[in-house]
Write a protein that binds this ligand. Structure first.
Ligand SMILES: [Zn+2]
Length: 102
């Protein structure tokens, strides 16, 4: 992946907030876009906080996120495989809430 700086043409500038492709933080791109590219892929904008962190720390954070995502995916796979043996219906929840608020 590469991250590049680009001066945006006036017609492409916006005051609207967007999500950083690397960390998800909301920020306004402004006049100079910092943009991530993969192999022939236009990935998305990168926020100033990620630039401040630097490439090594961002890569380290992404590796931790990837590990966490694999753990969550494995847990979801196990639950899906085992099935859910007990789960109330929405109507049961609403009936119990109505009784509890009397
Ligand atoms: Zn970011």
């Amino acid at each position: 992946m590469q991250v590049k700086l680009e001066v945006l043409p006036k017609e492409e500038r916006s005051d609207s907030a967007t999500a950083c492709w690397l960390c998800g933080r909301s920020f306004v791109v402004g006049t100079v876009a910092c943009w991530a590219y993969g192999d022939d892929l236009d990935l998305g904008p990168v926020c100033p906080k990620c630039l401040e962190e630097g490439s090594d720390r961002v890569a380290e954070r992404l590796a931790k996120q990837a590990h966490w995502s694999r753990c969550v995916a494995e847990q979801a796979r196990q639950i899906a495989e085992e099935g859910i043996s007990e789960m109330p219906t929405l109507e049961e929840l609403r009936a119990m809430q109505a009784n509890a608020s009397r």
